[in-house]
Design a protein around this ligand. Structure first.
Ligand SMILES: [Zn+2]
Length: 388
C-alpha cells in the first residue's frame, strides 16, 4: 500500500455552500456529500488531509504572507539568538499563535510560530518546556509534540461550555513516547490572581523538578485578563505578570511571546508591564505621553485591577485538578535524555542539487516541505527519533 503521505487530500467546507441557482445542473453541495461519504469510509486515515479553514476566523487578507513571515520569523530568530547565547531572554509579542496546525489555520492563527521556535530550540536542547497562559487551550503546540517527551507542554486555560477550541481536558496527557509530557490545567470562569498563581507556581515548580528543561517558551496570551472581549478569567495585569516573573527567576533561556488578547488597551498595558518585569524595571503607573495616549483615557494608568466576576473554581475543584496533574507528573521517573546529533546550522535549508531535478517536472510545495523535514529528522510525528 502507498504510504499516507503519497496522497494529499484538500477539502474546504465552504465550497459546498456555493449555489448556482435552482435550475442549474452544477450543485457544489455534491462536494459536501462526497466529503462526508469519504469520511464515513474512513479514507481520511489513509491520506494527508489539508483542511482549508481560511474563512471567517482566519480571513485571507492582503499581506497575509508578510504578516506570517514577520511574526513567525521573529519567533524563529528569537530561538536562534537564544541558541547562540546572544541573549538570555527573547521577546516577540507578535508571536504566540498557538492554535495553528500543521495543515490547518485555526482560531486567528495561520502559522504556528511557537512550534517552529521550539523546533529551533530542540537543535540545542534535549528538553524544552512550553508554558501557555492564554485563556484558550494551546492545542496547536500540544498536538505538534503530543508524541514526544522532548517537549513538555503545560497549558492553563478555560475548559467547558463549548469554549474554543474545546480541547485541553486534564485527562489528555500525551501518547506513546509523549505520555505524561502534555499537561492540561482546565479552569472555569472567573479565576482570580490568588488561585491562579498558587496553582501555576505549584505546577511549574513540580515540572521543573521532574522534567529539568534546558529552555522555556512562555506564551503570554492576554485574553486571560479580566475584561477581555473574548476571555472569561479575572486576572489583573499584576497577576498575569507574576507568572512571567516566576518563570523568569527560573533562570533558563526564555522565549516569551504574545498570543490572544482582545481588549487592546489592556493587551498593550499587560505586555508593557511584562516587558518591564523581564527587564527588572518597575514602571510608574502614570502612562507617559505617546501617540496612542488617548486609548488609555480617562485615568491613563498602567495597571488594571481585576474585575468583579464570580470565581467558579471552587477550592475542591482546584484541588482535584492539582492532584490529577501531580499524579501524572509523578509517573515521570526521570528527565528523558536524548542522544544529540550533530547540531544543524541555523535556518537549516537542505541543499537540493538542482541539476539532478528535472526542471520540467514540478515538485509541489508539500513534497518539497516533506523533503526538508526528512533531511532534518529532528521531529517527524510518530517516527520521532528521540532515542535513535
Ligand atoms: Zn486566546
Amino acid at each position: 500500500m502507498r504510504s499516507k503521505e503519497r496522497i494529499s487530500y484538500f477539502y474546504d467546507g465552504d465550497v459546498g455552500n456555493v449555489y448556482f441557482g435552482p435550475n442549474h445542473p452544477m450543485k457544489p453541495h455534491r462536494l459536501c456529500m462526497t466529503h462526508h461519504l469519504v469520511l464515513s469510509y474512513e479514507l481520511h486515515n489513509k491520506m494527508e488531509v489539508y483542511v482549508d479553514n481560511l474563512g471567517e476566523d482566519c480571513p485571507v487578507f492582503e499581506n497575509l504572507f508578510e504578516f506570517c513571515q514577520i511574526y513567525a520569523g521573529g519567533t524563529i530568530d528569537a530561538a536562534r539568538r537564544l541558541n547562540n547565547k546572544l541573549c538570555d531572554i527573547a521577546i516577540n509579542w507578535a508571536g504566540g499563535l498557538h492554535h495553528a496546525k500543521k495543515c490547518e489555520a485555526s482560531g486567528f492563527c495561520y502559522i504556528n510560530d511557537l512550534v517552529l521556535g521550539i523546533l529551533e530550540l530542540l537543535k540545542h536542547h534535549a528538553r524544552v518546556l512550553y508554558i501557555d497562559i492564554d485563556v484558550h487551550h494551546g492545542d496547536g503546540v500540544e498536538e505538534a509534540f503530543y508524541f514526544t517527551d522532548r517537549v513538555m507542554t503545560v497549558s492553563f486555560h478555560k475548559y467547558g461550555d463549548l469554549f474554543f477550541p474545546g480541547t485541553g481536558d486534564v485527562k489528555d496527557v500525551g501518547e506513546k513516547e509523549g505520555k505524561n509530557y502534555a499537561i492540561n490545567v482546565p479552569l472555569k470562569n472567573g479565576i482570580d490572581d490568588g488561585s491562579f498563581l498558587r496553582l501555576f507556581k505549584m505546577i511549574i515548580m513540580k515540572v521543573m523538578d521532574c522534567y529539568a528543561p534546558g529552555a522555556i517558551v512562555l506564551q503570554c496570551g492576554a485574553d486571560s485578563l479580566a475584561g477581555d472581549r473574548l476571555g472569561c478569567f479575572n486576572l489583573s495585569i499584576d497577576g498575569h505578570a507574576a507568572c512571567v516573573r516566576f518563570v523568569k527567576q527560573l533562570n533558563l533561556p526564555l522565549l516569551v511571546t504574545g498570543g490572544g488578547g482582545y481588549t487592546k488597551e489592556n493587551v498593550a498595558r499587560c505586555w508593557t508591564v511584562e516587558t518591564g518585569a523581564l527587564l527588572d524595571v518597575e514602571l510608574p503607573n502614570e502612562i507617559p505621553e505617546n501617540d496612542y495616549s488617548k486609548y488609555f483615557a480617562p485615568d491613563y494608568s498602567l495597571k488594571s485591577p481585576s474585575g468583579y466576576m464570580e470565581n467558579l473554581n471552587s477550592k475542591s475543584y482546584l484541588n482535584s485538578i492539582r492532584q490529577h496533574v501531580c499524579e501524572n507528573l509523578s509517573s515521570i521517573q526521570h528527565a528523558p535524555g536524548v542522544q544529540m546529533h550533530e547540531v544543524p546550522p541555523d535556518f537549516y535549508i537542505p541543499d537540493f542539487d538542482e541539476d539532478e531535478q528535472n526542471p520540467d517536472k514540478r515538485v509541489n510545495r508539500h513534497t518539497r516541505d516533506k523533503q526538508v523535514q526528512r533531511d532534518d529528522e529532528y521531529y517527524d510525528g510518530d517516527n520521532d527519533n528521540d532515542h535513535a
